[in-house]
Design a protein around this ligand. Structure first.
Ligand code: SAH
Length: 351
């Protein structure tokens, strides 16, 4: 693929690009609005540009497109799970959920992931490649086109580790927030990370009031190393320090995600230690019942143990919510849909 990917450029960069090809700066704004407000996907579709300008653009640039490969709709709550095909035939997934406060999209930042968390399906085939800013944004636009509604909340919790694709993720955030484009508030965006500490500091210094969500999953370093290889690089103490810095810089509360794995990290000593490390920090704990995958077929926690965990934290004044399972009937934990697709395709080739 050659030529500049127009929908991966921030408005500033687009202005620079227009100047470089000898066009007026205001053209950049028109183009940016076409791409990110009107969700335009072809150079020919830019009706305010002359044929001459469109031809010139086609010679030096292109617009990235992604397509819906498959869509599953839940009979229970209308949740939609999508598989998208990228221009190079890679596959990623996204989910669209209806909450009281609006329409939330869960999107991917990488094809696969190299973090290797044992419980997560996205990690199982490693990382194929990073997504470009346009490929991240296009997931939003395609879903909006599909339901003919506007998405109000974005969570970067699909496949991939956003802080392992730092530059493109950040560019995406600037683009999707820009008032000349989609104009979504930073407060309505959540970035979830397994804890790449130096990039948490970097993100904090950007000063964007997005919600940072940490996949903590256990308060003990030794246990964390067993389920999350990143635990060998950074300790929980490193993460907590980085979170405190983030809270200071952005004035935002951090969310701690905690997958409850029956009999593994839902013990009383886990509760005690978790309370100890989170004490006095502006945070919120989100308990996630494990969605077992083939390669990590551990127990889901019992409802009773989930509530016990929540009560204990709440009593210690740590706000705690339980993640509601959405689309239970089309259930596919992070990355499972995509893997199923890859293996189906593989089997078809063998046949
Ligand atoms: N790499 C980022 C974002 C993608 S994962 C991160 O680690 O946060 C998004 C969330 O889904 C994480 O909290 C992750 O731990 C969780 N998750 C992954 N596999 C899961 C499973 N099988 N059951 C429940 N939650 C899972």
């Amino acid at each position: 693929m050659h030529g500049t990917e127009l929908n991966s450029l921030s408005l500033d960069e687009l202005q620079q690009f227009m100047e470089e090809i000898g066009e007026e700066r205001y053209r950049a704004e028109q183009l940016f609005t076409y791409l990110h407000r009107n969700r335009g996907m072809t150079i020919d579709g830019i009706s305010v540009f002359s044929t001459g300008l469109k031809d010139k653009l086609k010679q030096v640039s292109r617009i990235n497109n992604i397509e819906i490969y498959e869509r599953l709709i839940s009979d229970l709550d209308g949740t939609r799970k999508y598989l998208f095909t990228l221009e190079d035939d890679n596959i990623i997934e996204g989910v669209l959920m209806e909450y009281r406060h609006g329409l939330t999209a869960c999107i991917s930042t990488q094809v696969g992931c190299r973090m290797g968390c044992v419980f997560c399906a996205s990690s199982k085939d490693g990382l194929a490649r990073n997504l470009s800013p346009a490929e991240i944004a296009n997931q939003i636009y395609i879903m909006e086109n599909d339901v003919d509604r506007s998405i109000t909340n974005i969570v970067l919790m699909g496949s991939g580790e956003p802080l392992d694709n730092y530059d493109n993720t950040l560019k995406f955030l600037y683009i999707i927030h820009d008032e000349k484009g989609h104009n979504i508030s930073y407060r309505n965006i959540t970035l979830s990370t397994c804890g790449i500490v130096p990039n948490i500091y970097k993100l904090a210094d950007e000063g964007l009031p997005i919600t940072l969500s940490i996949s903590l999953h256990t308060p003990f370093d030794e246990d964390r190393k067993k389920i999350m290889p990143i635990g060998h690089r950074y300790t929980i103490d490193d993460i907590i320090k980085a979170c405190k810095y983030y809270i200071n810089q952005t004035n935002r509360r951090v969310t701690m995600e905690y997958i409850l794995i029956g009999g593994v990290n839902d013990r009383v000593e886990d509760q005690n230690k978790l309370i100890q490390i989170l004490q006095g920090m502006e945070c919120h704990v989100n308990l996630i019942p494990l969605n077992p995958i083939e390669e990590f077929d551990q127990r889901k926690p019992t409802l009773e143990s989930i509530y016990r965990f929540q009560n204990r934290l709440s009593k210690a004044n740590i706000p705690t919510t339980i993640r509601k399972e959405m689309g239970g009937d089309i259930s596919a934990a992070c990355g499972q849909l995509r893997r199923r697709y890859i293996y189906d395709k593989y089997e078809r080739t063998l046949r």
